[in-house]
Design a binder for this molecule. Structure first.
Ligand code: 6GU
Length: 235
């Protein structure tokens, strides 16, 4: 998968070098390219924002640097036979549709994602309309709270999507028994020692009875989900 990221703070993405995603980049499964939006400006001050038409607080990101940056990526994609002509553009935004495991699974099948990370009060609305002429456009939110910009949200999405690409996570079975993959929260896990600071591992896990262990884990999933996330359970 090819992932392009456009941001005025490329350093946010330095940590993509480490851990499983860093490894996936090293072995060619993931081709991630970070672009500084200011490189797509042509004035002396490398201006990316301006005051909002109609007044109001804060600044709005100017359309033209975004247009130049997206054109550059689209032109590069058009020259690259390994990726399709039309990427999926993802603009992290608290005003977007909610990002879920289902979103991650869907986006993990796309060969080319482009993340556009906005700052300030947002991006000139015409940019989304223009991006739709170059590819599919998705405005996506992590949840009902506000971050200072799209960078941290894009990182979260890249990790959630990237780990679903075949070969990124070494043992694909570890992807199955996870929170949100079966609509329930994960069951509790324990490792040695069997007693730690007077706390015992549930005896059933030491019983060797695999059927009973599977049933207990299922029950724990339901109990936890009812306690912590009743919204995930059917009526
Ligand atoms: Cl995707 N962006 C920003 N700026 N804030 C958020 C968010 C995204 N998701 C939740 N809060």
């Amino acid at each position: 998968m090819r992932i392009d990221v456009v941001s005025i703070f490329p350093a946010f993405f330095d940590v993509l070098e480490v851990s499983l995603l860093g490894k996936a980049r090293g072995n060619g499964i993931l081709d991630v390219r970070i672009h500084d939006l200011r490189d797509a400006t042509y004035d002396r001050h490398r201006t990316v924002d301006d005051t909002p038409y109609g007044g109001g607080a804060g600044m709005v990101m100017k359309a033209d640097p975004w247009g130049q940056a997206l054109d550059g990526i689209a032109a590069d994609a058009a020259e690259n036979p390994a990726i399709p002509d039309r990427p999926v553009f993802i603009f992290p935004s608290p005003a977007g549709a909610r990002f879920t495991q289902a979103t991650a699974r869907e986006l993990a099948t796309a060969p080319h994602l482009v993340f556009g990370c906005g700052r300030y009060e947002g991006i000139d609305e015409r940019v989304f309309d223009y991006a739709a002429t170059l590819g599919d456009v998705r405005l996506i939110s992590l949840g009902d709270y506000v971050l200072n910009g799209g960078e941290v949200a894009a990182m979260a999405m890249i990790e959630a999507i990237g780990r679903l690409i075949p070969g990124v996570v070494g043992n694909p079975e570890s992807l199955v028994e996870e929170s949100h993959e079966d609509g329930l929260l994960e069951y509790p896990s324990y490792t040695k020692p069997a007693v730690w600071r007077d706390r015992e591992v549930p005896a059933i896990l030491l019983s060797g009875n695999h059927g009973a262990i599977a049933a207990w884990r299922r029950e724990q999933q339901v109990v936890r989900t009812r306690e912590r996330r009743p919204d995930l359970l059917p009526e």
